[in-house]
Design a protein around this ligand. Structure first.
Ligand SMILES: [Zn+2]
Length: 319
């Protein structure tokens, strides 16, 4: 279903995880939020990494993000007062990291900080917390600076982050962000640079091997703002390329781990050479088959909406 694609797909890169170039196409993603976009999702035969390939160029991808994100932040403004909504995922983080930060971390870097609620939560553990947020959304920047007293760095995550962040942080938060980045390895290398000795990066992303069987895949799990779909092998392999190793790693639901700098000459274990292609391909093929009708109905609805929006008979604009 590439009928209504408004964006050229021109970017072809080597595999981020293994530098391979032997990819197999799995499916085309579509979304009711951006019905005039479709992109092929492919798997690397040499390591099992799943990624959009070919993908839109940087400016097209930025436009896709701009179209997607107003939905998210208008529903969840930084000033929201509901503690359950604000802190649920940060309580989960705390359950996972608490044993390593008895009274809360002293210096935190939150990458793609959103509304700043992780910093707000951690300040309840240690009020003197020194925090830096990398965030480009203006209302969030104001809230983080003025209400939370934290430093805001206004930089695109794909660019070089300021050198002043180097070696400073006991905790780096990188939650549901890596799957959006055009250069995920570059970001992990920058995280390595920002970590203090003994510090950890809390890295979380969706798991391409735990999609629920009742979920639409092409029209929901695969989504325009995600460029990559990691599994336990590919996330750890990519981290190892950045000299980051996980002391704790869990792949039962979403993928999450506590990563630290690899020590000199420290062995990295079997995962560094693991090829997850057979395992990952089999799982996704099964889920794609199972979601066939759900995806088809969703795509048909998008087609109708798109047609009505273009037709001179339509009285209401689609966006
Ligand atoms: Zn690969």
């Amino acid at each position: 279903m590439r009928l209504f694609n408004r964006y050229a797909l021109s970017e072809i890169r080597l595999c981020d995880v293994c530098d391979g170039h032997d990819f197999e196409q799995l499916a085309h993603l579509r979304s009711p939020r951006i019905p005039d976009y479709s992109a092929p999702v492919a798997i690397c035969r040499s390591c099992g990494f799943v990624t959009v390939r070919p993908r839109p160029n940087s400016s097209a991808y930025r436009e896709i993000n701009r179209r997607w994100y107003p939905f998210k932040f208008s529903a969840d403004p930084p000033s929201d007062k509901d503690p359950d909504k604000k802190f649920r995922k940060w309580r989960t983080m705390w359950d996972r990291i608490e044993t390593r930060y008895a009274d809360g971390p002293r210096q935190v870097l939150d990458i793609g900080a959103g509304q700043g609620w992780a910093i707000e939560f951690l300040k309840s553990k240690r009020p003197s917390l020194a925090a830096v947020a990398i965030e480009q959304w203006k209302p969030s920047q104001d809230y983080i600076r003025n209400e939370l007293g934290a430093e805001v760095v206004d930089v695109d995550l794909n660019e070089d982050w300021p050198a002043s962040l180097g070696g400073r942080f006991e905790l780096v938060i990188f939650r549901h962000t890596i799957e959006h980045l055009e250069e995920p390895l570059k970001a992990l290398r920058q995280i390595h640079r920002c970590l203090a000795d003994g510090g950890y990066a809390y890295i979380v992303c969706p798991n391409a091997e735990t999609i629920r069987p009742d979920r639409a895949v092409r029209t929901d799990f695969l989504r325009p703002v995600h460029l990559h779909y990691f599994n336990r092998t590919t996330l750890q392999r990519l981290a190892i390329r950045a000299d980051l190793v996980a002391d704790v790693f869990d792949s039962r639901g979403e993928l999450w781990g506590l990563f630290r700098k690899r020590r000199d000459n420290e062995p990295v274990g079997d995962v560094a050479g693991e090829n997850s292609y057979e395992r990952q391909r089999k799982f996704l093929a099964q889920r794609l088959r199972g979601a066939r009708w759900r995806d088809l109905i969703s795509s048909a609805r998008m087609g109708v909406r798109h047609f009505l929006a273009r037709s001179p008979l339509a009285t209401v604009a689609d966006d």
